[in-house]
Design a protein around this ligand. Structure first.
Ligand code: B12
Length: 213
């Protein structure tokens, strides 16, 4: 299967075809990272654009995400074997009171596909829950997701709680979710904001470069 065809199967949410295509490419000796970067992720990028335009809807986006993660699932063990060094650890979670996780899961998958190690805390994570997890996992980046205007405030509460716990200095905080804006991110003292999963990867990559410099 060609990369372009694989992209199309991801967009259409054809899970079986994506799995078959991935297995076929691996059998032909295509490099695992190329399968992710050229076969799977570009498909999901197209999905993001179509979703934004209103040409795709949530159930279809879920199928595409499942197809992509199915493919990544087959390829990932091989990447771990090849020992590609992680680009850094990212902690992800949806804030307290909020159960939306489709966008967070997309960001997580995209980050993993691009070589970051992600610890996904799940949904409904309290400020204290984030603080404890940062203490335990020591990530470079904390990503918080909120889809409700009523739960966005939990993001600033979490940042304040991290400051009080003395954990804010070495940590970059990135936030996202439909009601979140870059202005809101600045207002609450977050380091970054991204409107979609592709941009979230760029923001994380920038953070990691900055801290290496
Ligand atoms: C699916 C959905 C649900 C599902 C969630 C399923 C799940 N497992 O996630 C269910 C049915 C459970 C649900 C429930 C509710 N929902 Co709802 N839901 C949606 C819907 C239709 C789609 C959200 C979605 O998944 N979008 C697709 C993903 C891919 O997009 P995304 O989340 O924005 O994520 C992208 C970016 O934002 C960004 N991003 C996301 N997170 C992060 C994090 C970081 C760190 C970064 C950098 C980037 C980033 O990257 C992602 C990928 O590109 C939206 C409408 C909408 N158009 O947003 C309403 C919506 C968010 N829901 C809404 C409401 C009101 C509710 C309920 C209160 C309804 C009710 N009365 O029960 C409950 C609340 C439950 C709770 N406590 O959380 C409202 C919110 C209104 C508001 N302004 O607050 C919306 C906007 C619908 C509406 N127009 O009224 N919902």
């Amino acid at each position: 299967m060609e990369f372009a065809e694989m992209n199309e199967h991801v967009v259409k949410g054809h899970i079986e075809e994506v799995l078959q295509g991935t297995r076929g490419m691996l059998a032909q000796g295509v490099e695992p990272l190329r399968i992710i970067n050229e076969g799977l992720i570009p498909g999901m990028n197209i999905v993001g654009v179509l979703f934004k335009k209103g040409d795709m809807f949530v159930p279809e986006v879920m199928h595409s995400a499942k197809a992509m993660s199915g493919g990544i699932g087959l390829v990932k063990p091989l990447i771990a074997e090849n020992d590609v060094p992680s680009r850094g650890k990212v902690l992800m979670g949806t804030v307290k009171g909020d159960l939306h996780d489709i966008g967070k899961n997309l960001v997580t998958m995209m980050l993993e596909g691009q070589g970051f190690t992600v610890v996904d805390l799940g949904v409904n994570i309290s400020p204290d829950g984030f603080v404890q997890a940062v203490r335990e996992h020591r990530p470079r980046v904390l990503g918080m997701s909120a889809l409700l205007t009523t739960t966005m405030t939990s993001m600033s509460e979490t940042i304040r709680a991290l400051e009080r716990a003395g954990l804010r200095q070495d940590l970059k905080v990135m936030i996202g979710g439909a009601p979140v804006t870059s202005a809101f991110a600045r207002e609450i003292g977050a380091d970054g904001y991204a409107a979609d999963a592709g941009s979230a990867v760029e923001v994380c990559a920038r953070f990691v470069e900055e801290s290496a410099a």
